[in-house]
Design a protein around this ligand. Structure first.
Ligand SMILES: [Zn+2]
Length: 47
């Protein structure tokens, strides 16, 4: 899993992309903080 620096959003500095939904070939993903479990970006769907 890729990690990102997100210190501008919350005090923690590690985040991961999680798949929220997977439909056929489309995946909805968003970036979440590992430490506080906060969603840091809007959900994005890629097909
Ligand atoms: Zn955090």
């Amino acid at each position: 899993m890729d990690t990102f620096s997100i210190t501008e959003v919350c005090p923690h500095d590690i985040a991961v992309i999680r798949v929220l939904k997977s439909v056929a070939t489309c995946e909805t993903t968003a970036l979440f903080c590992v430490a506080c479990n906060k969603q840091l970006t809007e959900a994005k769907t890629e097909c």
